[in-house]
Design a protein around this ligand. Sequence first.
Ligand SMILES: Cc1cc2nc3c(=O)[nH]c(=O)nc-3n(C[C@H](O)[C@H](O)[C@H](O)COP(=O)(O)OP(=O)(O)OC[C@H]3O[C@@H](n4cnc5c(N)ncnc54)[C@H](O)[C@@H]3O)c2cc1C
Ligand SMILES: *[C@@H]1O[C@H](CO)[C@@H](O)[C@H](O)[C@H]1NC(C)=O
Ligand SMILES: *[C@@H]1O[C@H](CO)[C@@H](O)[C@H](O)[C@H]1NC(C)=O
Ligand SMILES: *[C@@H]1O[C@H](CO)[C@@H](O)[C@H](O)[C@H]1NC(C)=O
Ligand SMILES: *[C@@H]1O[C@H](CO)[C@@H](O)[C@H](O)[C@H]1NC(C)=O
Ligand SMILES: *[C@@H]1O[C@H](CO)[C@@H](O)[C@H](O)[C@H]1NC(C)=O
Ligand SMILES: *[C@@H]1O[C@H](CO)[C@@H](O)[C@H](O)[C@H]1NC(C)=O
Ligand SMILES: *[C@@H]1O[C@H](CO)[C@@H](O)[C@H](O)[C@H]1NC(C)=O
Ligand SMILES: *[C@@H]1O[C@H](CO)[C@@H](O)[C@H](O)[C@H]1NC(C)=O
Ligand SMILES: *[C@@H]1O[C@H](CO)[C@@H](O)[C@H](O)[C@H]1NC(C)=O
Ligand SMILES: *[C@@H]1O[C@H](CO)[C@@H](O)[C@H](O)[C@H]1NC(C)=O
Ligand SMILES: *[C@@H]1O[C@H](CO)[C@@H](O)[C@H](O)[C@H]1NC(C)=O
Length: 569
Amino acid sequence: MNLLTVFFSLSWLVSVALGSSCRSLYGQKCWPNASDFSALESQISQPLIYPKPSASACYPVSSPSGNCTDVQVNQFDGNWRANQSGSQQYPNFESYIFNNGSISACYLNTTLGVPCQQGSVPVIGVDARSVGDIQAAVKFAVKHNLRLAVKNTGHDNTGRSTARGSFLIWTHHLKNMTYNPSFIPEGAPSTETYNAMTLGAGVQWHEAYDAVQAQGRVLVGGSSSGGSVGAAGGWLLGGGHSALSPHYGLGVDNVIELNIVTSTGEYLTVNSHKNSDLFWAVRGGGGGTYGIVTSVTYRTHPSLPLTAVFFAANSTNNITFNKLLTEFMRIQSSLADAGFSGYALIAPDAIQWFYIALNVTQAQANKTVDPFFAFANNLTSEGLKVSSALTQPFPSFYSWYTLLYTATGQAVGLISEIASRLITRDVIEQNPQALADTIISMNGAVWHLVAGGAVSKVDPDSTGVNPAWREALTHVVWGQGWDEGASASEINQMRAALAKTLEKLSTLTGSSAYFNEAFMFESNPKYTFFGDHYDKLKSIKDIYDPVGLFVVREGVGSDDWDASLNCRN
Ligand SMILES: Cc1cc2nc3c(=O)[nH]c(=O)nc-3n(C[C@H](O)[C@H](O)[C@H](O)COP(=O)(O)OP(=O)(O)OC[C@H]3O[C@@H](n4cnc5c(N)ncnc54)[C@H](O)[C@@H]3O)c2cc1C
Ligand SMILES: *[C@@H]1O[C@H](CO)[C@@H](O)[C@H](O)[C@H]1NC(C)=O
Ligand SMILES: *[C@@H]1O[C@H](CO)[C@@H](O)[C@H](O)[C@H]1NC(C)=O
Ligand SMILES: *[C@@H]1O[C@H](CO)[C@@H](O)[C@H](O)[C@H]1NC(C)=O
Ligand SMILES: *[C@@H]1O[C@H](CO)[C@@H](O)[C@H](O)[C@H]1NC(C)=O
Ligand SMILES: *[C@@H]1O[C@H](CO)[C@@H](O)[C@H](O)[C@H]1NC(C)=O
Ligand SMILES: *[C@@H]1O[C@H](CO)[C@@H](O)[C@H](O)[C@H]1NC(C)=O
Ligand SMILES: *[C@@H]1O[C@H](CO)[C@@H](O)[C@H](O)[C@H]1NC(C)=O
Ligand SMILES: *[C@@H]1O[C@H](CO)[C@@H](O)[C@H](O)[C@H]1NC(C)=O
Ligand SMILES: *[C@@H]1O[C@H](CO)[C@@H](O)[C@H](O)[C@H]1NC(C)=O
Ligand SMILES: *[C@@H]1O[C@H](CO)[C@@H](O)[C@H](O)[C@H]1NC(C)=O
Ligand SMILES: *[C@@H]1O[C@H](CO)[C@@H](O)[C@H](O)[C@H]1NC(C)=O
């Protein structure tokens, strides 16, 4: 025997001793058989589900298996997509690219002439309605060594809620909501009460906002068209930013208690009195990493009036638009200090700006923004077209949110991969011109003034979330799309272009970013998404998920696995 042979026989022995080092996938011999699945089905409240790609109803083209019109009409509706067990909000995550460049996909564009294939959509799963359903599903996944996908709404921007050949646990129908103005966390003294709202893991922001509005209160939550993002899943576990965050902190700063099923099948209550290490870790350590959250209890806040800004302008003169955007960057920290927060959609030649100033009168808000409006007005002689420049009072966050997000918001249903960075106040104050130049050269970005204020007042080490959030003032996201049917090499070119823009912006901003709105190919994801919290996050993961059931792209512990996340390194 030569050395190489010795080495290979030893590593074979080691892998036998540890059990299989790879997950069992659909189609393989080790995949559970029909009687295994029927045994599972007898333990759960619903029939097993067989998820399909969004466009599968349109196939076969000659005689569609379902209502293709329904898919065509609703493809851009985030709530419709969330209702489908097999859908991802960005359909590219339903596809799978093999190492040889072949793509398994189910295109909505049937004229491409490609038969519908399953891609990265899980083949079978559990439509969870109770804690018991989740416990049974988790135990089944562990027993059979399955690759697991945990999906809530499918908004994840890196496809973490789906995986080729996997078994799905779908949390969408866990819709319970309970309001309790004097909630006492388990294990807390009876004097520790909170005005709180408990949400099942499948509740979406539009539902949570309606319910808390009915109590005359407010929750710190996300913004998306139709409110389709989940209120108690990945959004929270990765951090959770909101237009209200500069006033009340991130999602992780507003959670009081969670209930979680871990990979041992245990059902734990997690708060600052019970399992406090896990409570620290799930507040930012990422969805799909520590266990399956079944419900979340948030503090609520009083409903306050606000003043909103609606500004939109564009110019075909790039020098003029650059001046406007530089001024916009220059005033960010004073806007933040005056109580403003919110979003701006920046194109290379246009901006749409939606901020709010909570509990600030219109007269006061006007004083802050009028100089910028005047600046913009001055630029009309240099070719700037201003289509709106006004402030408007709203009685509540709910009324503003409802107006804005019923009609508009980030588009879903389109092919998209993104990149993002957190930006500190110093960087913005020192480089307004360079930031404007770079964002224009990147073909625009979505600008979020969602940090600073209350977010920076929290001790960075009091939760697991990336400590970079505590230093940040803004978070900026941009993306790249392509057409259905693009080849793997075309897709790789898009990814390379995105990486290039990211590199360019990072020379100004550094490399910290938000786990939930993330580039899929970060060079140092541990630092970028978790900073110096990584090691502690990993050691807590190893305690609560000793078998490594929960693995997601760029997540804590994911580097114990190969690129497919199916085999241990
Ligand atoms: C249109 C749009 C708008 C957005 N707006 C905001 C915003 O305003 N603020 C913000 O902070 N982010 C925002 N995001 C990003 C958002 O936070 C992430 O997409 C997040 O992952 C969504 O979580 P989800 O549970 O809804 O989605 P999913 O894709 O279903 O899940 C995301 C991740 O969490 C895991 N997960 C889901 N549920 C559970 C659970 N119960 N237990 C354990 N793990 C779970 C999944 O496995 C996956 O890894 C937005 C994204 C989009 C596409
Ligand atoms: C199915 O697989 C299980 C092991 O997972 C095995 O015990 C059982 O005999 C198999 N049943 C059939 C019908 O093949
Ligand atoms: C198909 O979907 C469309 C659009 O949602 C709907 O109007 C129509 O009634 C549906 N048809 C059937 C047969 O269900
Ligand atoms: C999603 O499903 C719920 C419950 O069945 C339904 O009320 C809602 O209208 C659906 N939303 C969309 C956009 O299809
Ligand atoms: C690429 O690999 C997949 C999976 O192994 C295989 O099914 C497919 O036929 C291959 N395609 C080509 C063009 O070789
Ligand atoms: C669908 O694909 C065909 C063939 O490539 C193309 O000509 C057409 O523009 C595509 N349609 C849409 C809506 O993308
Ligand atoms: C939802 O609430 C109902 C009624 O209070 C309760 O019976 C059920 O157990 C709850 N479901 C979950 C998953 O907590
Ligand atoms: C404007 O566009 C011209 C031509 O593309 C380019 O040379 C110049 O650098 C741009 N100026 C700014 C300020 O972006
Ligand atoms: C809102 O503004 C009023 C009047 O200025 C002030 O008394 C109150 O403390 C403010 N509330 C919050 C929560 O900022
Ligand atoms: C508008 O332009 C004039 C002339 O260039 C200048 O004096 C004035 O300061 C500008 N006003 C603003 C608000 O920028
Ligand atoms: C630019 O602004 C003008 C004036 O409001 C508007 O009519 C036009 O549609 C805008 N163009 C773009 C590309 O946004
Ligand atoms: C604030 O400015 C808006 C225009 O943006 C104007 O309609 C409103 O009258 C002003 N309100 C006060 C109180 O100054």
